[in-house]
Design a protein around this ligand. Structure first.
Ligand SMILES: [Zn+2]
Length: 285
């Protein structure tokens, strides 16, 4: 892995403390500091990382942001590969996966509208130790790696938001390490479905048992068996390649504690969603 890109040589400007929120989320603080935050539907981002920025900072970033449509199964990064862009999903979902020599794999993180891929750029690395795969195709905003690095080293709100997200990501990955080792597959399955449902901002989950089993590092028949139990309980329903969350409360009661812990961490930093994720059928966004 290569460390120390050109951006890492630049002097970091004054850091805005990320922990001094006095109980407010970054989104709430952005509104307090900049009442004129972008309200135009055309320019208001659906990704919560970008939405947490004050209007002036987000407007400046627009020159560096490119709207793209990510195709399902597109490989953004091979493990150890060069990161060309930071990608901020809006309706798409990216999975970070660690793959082992025996061919097995397990989820490191799922990244949708509440995150971005390319976090190693903030640490001065141009490579990603994990594989990054588009699990669910859809819209995203992307920023070239050099632009991301330059913006991050300006300091200010963008750096603060990225560092705040880094805090959430570290907590999430740490929790997943314990979860993958300790918790039962049935509870991990419910936790993963809830996380994906949140990252997609509701609606159906266009994934198969096969792709879910790869994320969980479990055999497909075992995942199918536990999914059938969740369906019998009325928590989910599914067809060949789509999963529908029917009753979030039931699904939450079936998940391990990791879901609520990770959700609470994100809510402390970025605030609660204005609306609960939708259940049932919805048009693709
Ligand atoms: Zn767990």
């Amino acid at each position: 892995m290569r460390y120390g890109g050109a951006g890492a040589q630049q002097r970091c400007h004054e850091l805005t403390p990320v922990g001094d929120l006095n109980g407010r989320s970054l989104v709430e603080r952005a509104h307090e500091l900049r009442p004129a935050i972008v309200r135009d539907q055309c320019s208001r981002p659906k990704n919560c990382i970008l939405r947490a920025l004050p209007a002036a900072d987000y407007k400046r970033l627009l020159d560096s942001l490119e709207e793209v449509v990510l195709d399902q199964h597109h490989v953004l990064n091979e493990p150890g590969g060069i990161i060309t862009h930071a990608v901020f999903p809006e309706s798409s979902l990216i999975s970070l996966i660690t793959a082992l020599e025996d061919g097995s794999s397990v989820e490191v993180a799922v990244i949708g509208s509440r995150g971005f891929s390319g976090l190693p750029l903030a640490l001065g690395s141009r490579t990603c130790p994990y594989g990054a795969l588009v699990q669910i195709g859809g819209k995203a905003l992307q920023m070239k790696a050099a632009a991301f690095t330059n913006e991050f080293h300006r300091g200010g709100s963008f750096q603060s938001v990225v560092l705040a997200y880094m805090r959430c990501r570290i907590f999430m990955v740490s929790q997943h390490a314990a979860c993958n080792r300790i918790h039962e597959l049935s509870k991990r399955l419910a936790r993963l479905l809830l996380r994906i449902h949140d990252e997609l901002r509701g609606g159906e989950i266009p994934m198969t048992h096969e792709s879910i089993s790869l994320l969980l590092g479990a055999a497909r028949p075992d995942v199918a068996m536990h999914a059938a139990v969740l369906r019998s309980a009325g928590a989910i329903d599914y067809s060949r390649s789509r999963i529908k969350v029917v009753d979030r409360k039931k699904l939450e009661s079936s998940a391990c504690e990791c879901y609520s812990l990770i959700t609470r961490e994100f809510q402390q930093v970025f605030g609660k969603s204005k609306q609960p994720p939708k259940t049932g059928h919805s048009a693709p966004r």
